[in-house]
Design a protein around this ligand. Structure first.
Ligand SMILES: Cc1cc2nc3c(=O)[nH]c(=O)nc-3n(C[C@H](O)[C@H](O)[C@H](O)COP(=O)(O)O)c2cc1C
Length: 228
């Protein structure tokens, strides 16, 4: 496969939830896993590990847990009755793809479970009176590298975190020792359909509203991106 440009990979890296059960060649899998290791992490500590789950005896119960969480998630978030037609259609497509993933999770050839060790993280916002996010920055950089590498290899994948809701069961199932916890599970496989493609995202003009009205440049260090 010819090399794909980084911008093209980023521009088309969308969540692919319908994955074929066909195996992923070892050399391809090796390359996407290695790409994860190139990510920056705080103090270069690389406080994460990947459990590459291929064994059906593990993927099936993992899939059962995932499907339970997915069903609960969709029940809690019904599509609003007054949603515009295009928004409704998009949400219905996403939910249908999510249902497919839930039902077929155990058949996915590889599930990459990202684990992290909080003892190896410099969590510089841990004492702030708000939810802490800095620690995740030393894990999700690696996750994104893996997703982009999958995209470049023509593999479908989706970053999922619903299994974190039942982390104790997942840790038991995968025999994850203390002090390791779970950050994401990425089902990976060749797409059933077209797979990756154009994204729907907020444009940069709307993602760069400056807090300080006098700081209008999106590149100014004094401007901050905030979302309503
Ligand atoms: C932190 C995070 C958690 C996510 N968790 C899940 C998940 O558990 N299940 C799922 O199907 N998608 C999950 N996603 C995928 C998002 O729903 C998806 O990236 C988003 O809707 C945009 O879709 P698109 O990339 O296809 O445009 C997650 C994404 C992120 C960044």
């Amino acid at each position: 496969m010819p090399e794909m440009g980084i911008y093209e990979a980023m521009r088309t890296l969308r969540a692919v939830r319908r994955l074929r059960p066909d195996p992923i060649p070892d050399d391809v899998l090796q390359r996407v896993l290695e790409a994860a290791t190139w990510a920056p992490t705080g103090g270069n500590a690389q406080p994460w590990r990947i459990i590459v789950v291929k064994d059906r005896a593990l993927k099936e119960p993992l899939g059962k847990l995932y499907n339970e969480r997915w069903s609960a998630y969709t029940k809690q978030r019904p599509i609003p009755a007054n949603a515009p037609t295009d928004v409704r259609a998009r949400a219905e497509r996403t939910f249908a793809a999510g249902d497919y993933l839930g039902a077929h999770f155990g058949e996915t050839p590889v599930v990459a479970v990202f684990c992290f060790n909080p003892k190896n993280m410099a969590i510089t916002d841990a004492k702030q009176d708000r939810v802490s996010v800095v620690g995740g920055g030393s894990v999700y950089t690696a996750v994104e590298n893996l997703l982009l590498a999958c995209r470049a290899e023509g593999l479908g994948c989706v970053l999922t975190t619903l299994l974190c809701e039942c982390e104790p069961e997942v840790r038991k199932l995968l025999a994850i020792p203390d002090p390791w916890y779970t950050a994401a599970a990425i089902p990976i496989g060749y797409p059933v359909g077209r797979g990756h493609g154009a994204l729907i995202r907020r444009p940069i003009e709307q993602s760069s509203r400056p807090v300080n009205p006098s700081a209008t440049s999106i590149t100014s260090p004094r401007s901050l991106s905030i979302s309503p």
